[in-house]
Design a protein around this ligand. Structure first.
Ligand code: ADP
Length: 479
């Protein structure tokens, strides 16, 4: 594999201005072939502590940097990322298993955050209050929160980092990144480009190693003022519980359980498009993936036929083969979990219309699958599916659809396919989700304040809101 010889394929951590090895290593697998593609250090905790100390020094300098300087770094970082798009896309596919077409899309998506935050860096949010009887001057400032940390997942190994790191840099904060142990190489390549783009010394560092131990060091550090996490609700709750001692600010982008409501008057071609894009993007391994498709009973039969017709030909296979629409799942545990969810659903009364099987001897491939007669009592409807499995529900009226859709502990993304403007607005207003898309599933770009409610977490990434996650309000009044 040529990409492994690239200057961007780095098997090290980056701590205190150096690319470092560890006494122990973590093997990283290509999920499509089950071959080891490389190793990264499994750092000992003294290295993580060293990273925090280096970040302290860096933070003192970085806080003095001008908006213009930070904007320039982000712009340059964006330029380099776009320039090396193909190489980075190959690293993503190699370690994550997604189709190369989607990996290229992720590079654009990830780079978009750097560009967005280069513009956001230039904005001054400070303001002045009118003088009053007590004070002649009263100012409100937004100051960098300080050293931050990012703990990131494997499903979008590049974009989930730029949306955090871009905001941190724009705000004037240093960041220590702990990427997923399954996908560290995209992150390390990204850092290399950041250094080439002029990131000052130790403004960004990357630590690889045992998640729990690194998490403990980050959580217990008073110097780290904020952790931005994207991952499971279970770990998100753990971070909430364990950040109380150091009273750390958190932003948490956790799981989702997105409904797609298809009303009686829906345009069926739009519905199919929404299903294909909304469900199968990233092989279903996305927290905004359509998890439950709720269809009006009067169009259910016709739409189901169309769904089956469209999903049957979808090809899964090695992500490097441009013909494959879907890649591999991330690992063996993910494949087993998905297969169990489907088996349990079928035992509980769901009807298997397409798929329902693992594919090939090697790799973690699962066939695109459609399950009918699903209801909210089934485990598959209560959890994030995180795979290419579509579940079909039926409803008789809008109130019932809204009730089924909201009957989940999650509240990230929801989708509506409906031609009637009043109905779609009514549904959108009553859905308890942070993001609702009508007749469209592509929505996630840097301008959007991405985030959820309920067990999907709190805080927003991107949009006008994103930078405030890294700023603190400071009020200064003068007599
Ligand atoms: P998933 O199940 O999708 O892998 P996780 O929430 O387990 O999601 O992982 C998301 C990120 O959280 C990864 O970088 C992972 O290494 C990290 N992580 C897992 N467990 C912990 C923990 N106890 N403390 C801190 N980070 C953790």
């Amino acid at each position: 594999m040529v990409i492994k010889k690239s200057d961007l394929f780095i098997q090290k951590s980056y701590v205190a201005s150096s690319w470092i090895d560890g006494e122990q290593t973590i093997a990283v697998e290509n999920p499509s072939t089950e071959e080891i593609i490389g190793y990264v250090p499994s750092l000992s905790m003294d290295k993580v502590i060293e990273a925090i100390a280096a970040a302290e020094v860096a933070q003192r300098h970085f806080v003095q940097s001008t908006r213009k300087k930070r904007a320039e770094i982000l712009q340059k970082w964006y330029d380099l990322l776009i320039k090396r798009k193909e190489d980075i896309a190959q690293i993503i596919t190699l370690e994550q298993g997604k189709a190369i077409r989607e990996a290229r899309g992720e590079v654009d998506y990830a780079a978009g955050y750097l560009l967005w935050y280069s513009k956001q860096a230039m904005l001054n949010h400070d303001y002045t209050l009118p003088a009053n009887d007590l004070f002649s001057a009263r100012n409100v400032y937004y100051v960098p929160i300080g050293i931050t940390a990012a703990i990131t997942p494997w499903n979008f190994p590049l974009a989930m980092i730029t949306r955090k790191a871009g905001a941190a840099i724009a705000a004037g904060c240093t960041m220590i990144i702990k990427p997923s142990e399954y996908t560290p190489f995209s992150c390390l390549a990204l850092l290399k480009l950041g250094i080439d783009a002029g990131l000052p010394q130790d403004v960004i560092q990357v630590v690889t190693g045992p998640a729990k131990e690194i998490g403990e060091v980050l959580l217990s550090s008073y110097q780290i003022r904020k952790i931005s996490f994207t991952g499971s609700t279970k770990i998100g709750k753990y971070l909430i519980s364990n950040s109380s001692d150091s009273v750390k600010k958190l932003s948490l982008e956790l799981g989702g359980n997105a409904p797609l409501i298809i009303t009686e008057d829906a345009d069926l071609d739009t519905a199919i498009k929404m299903i294909i894009n909304g469900k199968f993007r990233n092989n279903g391994q996305s927290c905004t993936a359509v998890n439950r498709v709720l269809v009006h009973k009067n169009i259910k039969r016709k739409l189901t036929e169309k769904i089956v017709e469209n999903i049957k030909p979808i090809k899964a296979g090695d992500g490097f083969n441009e013909d494959n629409y879907l890649g591999s799942l991330i690992n063996s545990a993910a494949l087993t979990r998905l297969a169990n969810l489907v088996d349990k659903a079928v035992k509980a009364g769901a009807k298997l219309l397409v798929g329902g099987e693992k594919l090939y001897d090697k790799g973690y491939f699962y066939a695109p699958t459609v399950l009918d007669n699903v209801n909210n009592q089934m485990e598959i409807a209560r959890q994030e599916i995180f795979g290419p499995v579509l579940t079909l529900f039926e409803f008789s009226n809008l109130e019932e659809a809204i009730a089924i859709a909201n009957d989940t502990e999650y509240g990230l993304a929801a989708y509506i396919c409906c031609q009637n403007a009043r109905d779609s607005r009514y549904i959108a207003e009553h859905l308890q989700f942070g993001m609702v898309m009508i007749n469209e599933t592509r929505f996630s770009e840097a301008q959007v304040p991405f985030g959820g409610i309920k067990n999907s977490g709190f805080g927003r990434e991107g949009g006008k809101e994103g930078i405030f996650e890294y700023l603190e309000t400071k009020y200064i009044a003068k007599m």
